[in-house]
Design a protein around this ligand. Structure first.
Ligand SMILES: [Zn+2]
Length: 433
């Protein structure tokens, strides 16, 4: 988000339909025209794992010894910066230079890794994952300090039990959004008396936090989970069970990651609505795994990610929220030598089909594309097709009839692309019964 503009037209009420009892009107009473609903619209965009494997920071190293990660995001920056609220999972720690920078298995990355996230448009990062504790308590605390200095909120890791218990609520264009994050595992064991450092997935805790967010005025509750089986393209039973419990506890949206590959997105009927919650979305969305956004993993499926965008509408007259549209831009990471130089960049993978673009769409082609060879483009196209397959996949309804999978996502390419590739007009998501 680059601009937080205030919506000026706050709740214009046409409450002027006064009828004076007993008095005969001289003229026919005016037709009671209901006020046009004014809508607040905002776009939330989330990506998956932001990894910093050894080759990632080696590529970012400059001649003077500093690190600059921002160019890696250049081809996707506009998509992220233009959203009203941009999120991702920071899967490394900024533990400083007292030990060396390192990639897998115990990460430690330069501070400038966070600078690039800020300049790319991220508004908050989830920091609870299996690598949060890679540099123990000092690493958790220093990461929080460095993010704080950059005014990039961290969700899911904490300084203290009190800090943990104070749920983060953001005001985005006037909509109050509660953000929560939890992880299924930690590679190094977090001491039992310091669990607040790295939020674990614990259904009682999640429910308590959701309730607190609602009590404190959150109209939308977004939960992040770091979970699942690595390299599996479909969610396991644990993910499905936690999802059901989290929606039942009142969450609206679940963004998740860790498998390093994409997993399906589904729509759920929100039990919370049925239980009489006054606020919240009309239907819940779960993204089981958003895959790698940036990493050194180069194998099929692991080199692909996504920028998943939800368009939320708030009716300013009724206060009701609606998930108006779900869109996505699949991404692909290129690492290697191209046109005589080492490069490491994230690309919108629809660009693999750039040779089919008519001339009026040429401006959508990232300039970095000219460096890529045919074989690179073929891999990118494969990633694009793989991602669309999984994101549009109709995951069969499981045990409960209370929810159903969404029919289809609208691929978010820029509008011209949508028109060219998706002949059916964009429509809102099907209403769940
Ligand atoms: Zn992970």
């Amino acid at each position: 988000m680059t601009n937080r503009s205030l919506l000026a037209c706050l709740g214009l009420l046409a409450g002027a339909g006064l009828l004076l009892s007993g008095a005969k009107p001289l003229a026919p009473p005016p037709m009671a025209t209901p006020a046009a609903d004014s809508l607040l619209r905002l776009r939330i965009t989330c990506v998956g794992d932001l990894m910093c494997h050894g080759p990632v920071f080696q590529f970012a190293k400059q001649a003077d010894g500093s690190y600059d990660f921002a160019p890696m995001y250049a081809p996707v920056r506009d998509y992220l910066a233009s959203a009203d609220f941009t999120l991702g999972n920071l899967e490394t720690v900024l533990a400083g230079t007292s030990t060396d920078y390192s990639g897998y298995p115990q990460f430690n990355s330069p501070n400038s890794y966070a600078d690039a996230l800020v300049s790319t448009g991220f508004d908050a990062v989830f920091t609870t994952n299996n690598h949060s504790y890679d540099r123990r308590e000092a690493g958790v605390i220093r990461t929080l300090d460095e993010l704080k200095k950059r005014r990039l909120p961290a969700i899911g890791t904490h300084y203290s039990p009190q800090d943990r218990d104070s749920v983060r609520i953001f005001d985005v264009k006037g909509l109050k959004i509660g953000l929560l994050a939890y992880t299924e595992f930690s590679n190094l064991t977090v001491p039992a008396n310091k669990q607040y450092l790295v939020n674990p997935i614990d259904s009682a805790l999640v429910s308590r936090d959701i309730a607190q967010a609602r009590r404190r005025g959150a109209e939308l509750v977004v939960v992040n989970f770091h979970w699942g089986n690595e390299y599996q393209r479909f969610p396991n039973d644990y993910q499905k069970q936690v999802t059901a419990r989290t929606f039942a506890a009142g969450a609206d949206v679940i963004f998740a990651e860790h498998p390093h590959v994409l997993q399906p997105v589904e729509m759920h009927k929100l039990p919370a609505q049925a239980q009489g919650f006054k606020v919240g979305l009309d239907s819940g969305l779960i993204a089981y795994s958003l895959g790698n956004f940036i990493s050194n993993q180069q194998k099929r499926y692991t080199d692909a990610g996504v920028m998943l965008s939800l368009q939320i509408e708030k009716n300013l007259r009724t206060g009701k929220l609606r998930l108006a549209q779900v869109q996505y831009v699949p991404t692909w990471v290129f690492k290697g030598k191209a046109a005589g130089r080492d490069r490491f960049i994230i690309l919108p993978s629809f660009a693999a089909k750039a040779d089919q673009f008519p001339s009026f769409m040429q401006h959508l082609v990232p300039p970095e594309l000219i460096y890529l060879e045919k074989s690179h483009l073929a891999r990118m196209e494969q990633a694009y097709d793989d991602s669309r397959f999984i994101l549009n996949n109709r995951y069969p309804a499981a045990h409960s009839a209370a929810w159903q999978p969404m029919q289809r996502l609208n691929p978010l390419e820029p509008p011209a692309l949508r028109a060219a590739w998706a002949p059916a007009p964009l429509r809102g998501l099907p209403r769940l019964k």
